[in-house]
Design a protein around this ligand. Structure first.
Ligand code: PMP
Length: 300
């Protein structure tokens, strides 16, 4: 297993900065027993100017708040203070390119009742793109995404990720790089930890909100397409249409933008290097380090 911290690593824990190795949490927490917590996955980058920049920090901490409220978890922080605490975590750990993980969790409570308080920590570690940087062999999972009538799937709640773990482990056991999950009506939804787009005749298509976590990277890709005049459709589609595509990619904070080689061993029609998707990948890489297009996100 990867090593996420050492004896010197500092985390933000309920208003203080403490050593990760010495931090304590309650074994009777409702979060640990029932998967009842909410979290974010954020990245910071060393930008072209040499500064450290948390990419779309406000969007992530706003989503953290919305996820907590959707789960009936008390939320007493504001986005500005959490962004500033996160920059402190980066500074104290001497990090610029980092993956940042805030978690809002519940106190000791073995019942299902609403709590009167929540707790928070923010961790950071160095992490390469989590699906690697080679084109992916993807398989359609036997698992579906959680039914939106059973879960508030627009919230980034820990319990939802049991579904992600099952799907990803199944794909890897079968020799693939990652899973692709459908919704309860067999429409393509998303990956275990990333949204997806496909490309056909120079246009992009992505599933609409409803059965997916509407990702911040997905929104950024939509912005890039608008800026570059690339046509995008948000609509439902099924596996057979996807298998006829020219190309496809996953996008997410941890994965960034990463192309696919094949789906269920059916190769995509175009060489990745000749796709519009590849130019979107490049634009995203530039944007996060504030090269060229970056200024439009500098306040976010
Ligand atoms: N879908 C799922 C299920 C995810 O876990 C993630 C990662 N947060 C995404 C999509 C992509 O979201 P974002 O671009 O905001 O990281």
């Amino acid at each position: 297993m990867a090593s996420y911290y050492n004896d010197a690593t500092v985390i933000f824990l309920n208003g203080s900065f403490v050593k990760a190795a010495e931090a304590k949490m309650d074994f009777y927490s409702q979060s640990l027993h029932y998967g009842y917590s909410v979290f974010e996955g954020i990245r910071s980058y060393k930008t072209e100017s040499g500064d450290t920049k948390i990419f779309r920090a406000a969007a992530h901490f706003d989503r953290l708040k919305n996820s907590a409220l959707a789960m009936n978890m008390p939320y007493t922080w504001n986005t500005e203070e959490l962004i500033s605490a996160t920059y402190q975590v980066l500074k104290r750990n001497n990090m610029q390119d980092a993956y940042i993980r805030p978690v809002v969790y519940a106190p000791a409570n073995m019942s299902f009742a609403v709590n009167t308080e929540s707790m928070i920590f923010i961790e950071a570690w160095e992490m390469a793109p989590f699906l690697g940087d080679k084109l992916l062999r993807v398989m359609i999972s036997s698992f579906q995404r959680p039914n939106p009538r059973g879960f508030k799937i627009e919230a980034k709640a820990a319990g939802h990720y049991v579904n992600s773990i099952l799907a990803s482990q199944e794909a890897k056991t079968k020799g693939f790089d990652e899973a692709l999950l459908t919704d309860m009506n067999d429409n393509i939804a998303e990956g275990p930890g990333a949204n997806m787009f496909f490309e056909k005749d120079g246009k992009l298509v992505t599933p609409p909100p409803g059965n997916i976590l509407p990702g911040i990277t997905r929104a950024t890709v939509l912005d890039i397409c608008k800026k570059w005049g690339i046509e995008v459709e948000e609509r439902l589609f099924k596996a057979d249409e996807l298998k006829n595509a020219d190309g496809a990619f996953f996008c997410g904070t941890a994965a960034e933008v990463i192309g696919w080689e094949s789906l269920d061993d059916v190769r995509f029609k175009k060489d990745w290097n000749e796709t519009v998707s590849k130019t979107v990948q490049k634009a995203y890489k530039d944007l996060v380090i504030e090269k060229e297009l970056g200024s439009q996100y500098s306040a976010a």
